[in-house]
Structures are given as structure tokens and as C-alpha cells.
Design a protein around this ligand. Structure first.
Ligand code: GLY
Length: 323
């Protein structure tokens, strides 16, 4: 369903992004870099990532630093410290990280550690595995110097206790906090190397043990240095069902623009649910190896933050399928 409002939003998005490409891209590739883009209004995350990129640092370090800032922010109720707990009042975290060479690491259902994105990176760099979960991931973290701490803030506990009074569960992040969710962060460094990271406390009041898309390589995040990168935010079950981030990168490999690829992924989600998808917040963000950005959402709540070589932080409203 395409409406005039959608068209206007697409145009507005283009107006924000295209001049960057005209100024820095298209044949002047080196000047187009570095770039960092993250889901939701995330100035702190982009600033931290930019601190790495602007000094010629690696995109892998940049996305890790960006993720860490949000993980440590107690006011962010969907990621790390301050994240809303599951139905049993436990904060359980999921995260992953991936570089341009296909190296990746992931942790899921981790409790008591502030920085799952860094544990995920350590899984990638220090183990022969990609993913560690639960008690095994926690033991690995402790063995490698991460500190165990309580991540349930008084505010998150209060919100959970309020929720317990009715215990009504609807798997949509937007019922809890419409303007933020999982952080997915993608970066292109000045060497032209892409990386991505994704970190979340998952659905508020989820079933104990539930894991979403964010730590699943190919669902919440995918990076291919020859093509591009994609990440996701929203109802993780939907991204898992369509292998969303991998789908987007493969569509880009076949010649779709990042924008077209994100739109196709959202349409695949919608095809499964029809009009009911209006109530499902699902959004994708993509960055090609040439620095072209795509973003698309089921409904009209998603924005993303872009930081570019002219040191501008832009919070840009993404176009959506449903107005
Ligand atoms: N997108 C985060 C989650 O569903 O857990």
C-alpha cells in the first residue's frame, strides 16, 4: 500500500540522504567515508562511534563503542542497564557483532553483564564459536574479566511491578516505549570496511528464556564486506521468520538499492500478516559498501541517526508501509 504520505516521507528521506552522496560519493568514494548509522535517535551512540571513526579507527571498534554507550544508559529501557525485564523480573540481554570478513560473535539470554556487545566480540575473537548463550555465556564473560552486576534499575522494576498488576502481554515494543528499541549500528570506516552490531534487552515482559532476532546473525544483523550491511529493530520473531538482515544484503547483492531491499523485507513481513502488521513494529536499516543508506518500517514510528564526514548528526524519519 503506497500512499501520498509515504511518498512525501520517502522524498524527505531522499532529501536528507541524497545530497551527502552527491557531495561525497559517486566516484569520490574515499571522501564519502566514514559513515555511521544507527536505529532510532541515538546521538550518543553515533558520537561514540564517530570518536573511533574520525581518528581513522576500525568500524568494528566504532560499532562496539556505539553499542556500549546505549547499554550503559539507564534511561534506555530496551537495551542493557535499565532494560525492562522479562515476566519474572529478570533482565536478559542479547547482542551480536560482525565484520566485513564474515567474522561474527553473539551472546543470548545473558543476565548480569552490562556489555553483551563486548562479550559477543570476545566470543568472535577468542573462541572457535559464533554464539554462546545463558549460563555458558555468563561463565565465559566472568572468565574473561567482565563484571557481574545488577542491571534492573528501580525505575525498570517499578514499571515491571505495574505491568504485573494486569500481566497483559502484547509482543510489540511500541506498547511500552514508542520511540526507542534495540540499537542496531552499522559503520563504514575510512578504509572502506563495514561492520555492524546489535544489542537489546528484547521484548519487555517476554517469556523467560525468549530470545529475539538481535543476537541471530542474519536476522538482527548481517554484514558482507563485498555488498553491505543491514540491521533490524522491532518484533524480533518477524525478522527471524524472514532472515531479515541477510535477506536485505542478498537483495543488495542482486542489484537492489538498500532502500529497495529494506522495503522488500518489510513487505515480506506484511505479506504474512496483512493489515494486522499495522500493530507490528518491524524496521530495517541498511548501508551499502558504497555508503548508500536504506531504511523502511511497517508503521510510522521509526527513525534513524546518521553521522557523516561533515560531522552532521541527522535524525531521519524512515518511510513506512502503513502511514
Ligand atoms: N528486536 C529485538 C527483539 O525482538 O528482541
Amino acid at each position: 500500500m503506497s500512499t501520498r504520505r509515504d511518498f512525501i516521507r520517502v522524498t524527505a528521506l531522499g532529501a536528507a540522504v541524497l545530497p551527502l552522496h552527491q557531495t561525497f560519493g559517486l566516484g569520490k568514494l574515499f571522501e564519502n567515508k566514514p559513515i555511521v548509522v544507527s536505529t532510532w535517535p541515538n546521538l550518543k551512540a553515533n558520537t561514540a562511534a564517530w570518536g573511533v571513526l574520525s581518528k581513522g579507527g576500525r568500524s568494528l571498534d566504532a560499532v562496539e563503542q556505539g553499542g556500549r554507550v546505549v547499554e550503559a544508559d539507564p534511561t534506555d529501557t530496551s537495551v542493557g542497564y535499565g532494560g525492562l525485564p522479562d515476566r519474572e523480573g529478570r533482565v536478559t540481554l542479547d547482542a551480536c557483532i560482525m565484520d566485513d570478513q564474515g567474522n561474527c560473535g553473539s551472546v543470548a539470554f545473558v543476565q548480569g553483564f552490562m556489555h553483551p556487545v563486548s562479550i559477543a566480540r570476545m566470543v568472535m575473537e577468542k573462541t572457535p564459536h559464533v554464539m554462546l548463550v545463558g549460563a555458558g555465556a555468563e561463565k565465559f564473560a566472568l572468565d574473561n574479566g567482565f563484571k557481574k552486576e545488577n542491571l534492573l534499575t528501580p525505575q525498570a522494576e517499578k514499571t515491571w511491578k505495574e505491568w504485573l498488576k494486569k500481566s497483559e502481554y502484547k509482543p510489540d515494543h511500541s506498547i511500552v516505549k514508542p520511540n526507542h528499541d534495540t540499537i542496531g549500528i552499522l559503520a563504514l570506516d575510512d578504509q572502506g570496511k563495514l561492520s555492524g552490531a546489535c544489542t537489546t534487552s528484547g521484548m519487555a515482559f517476554k517469556m523467560h528464556g525468549r530470545v529475539g532476532d538481535s543476537p541471530i546473525i542474519g536476522a538482527g544483523l548481517y554484514v558482507d564486506g563485498d555488498v553491505g550491511a543491514a540491521t533490524a529493530t522491532g518484533v524480533g520473531e518477524e525478522m527471524i521468520r524472514i532472515s531479515g538482515s541477510h535477506t536485505i544484503v542478498e537483495l543488495m547483492r542482486q542489484g537492489r538499492t538498500p532502500q529497495e531491499a529494506c522495503e522488500e523485507a518489510v513487505k515480506r513481513v506484511i505479506k504474512k500478516h496483512g493489515e494486522k502488521a499495522k500493530d507490528l513494529s518491524v524496521a530495517f536499516l541498511a548501508l551499502s559498501k558504497d555508503g548508500v543508506i536504506g531504511a523502511y518500517s511497517t508503521n510510522n514510528v521509526f527513525s534513524y541517526t546518521l553521522t557523516t564526514p561533515d560531522k552532521t548528526n541527522l535524525v531521519i524519519k524512515a518511510p513506512s508501509y502503513f502511514p
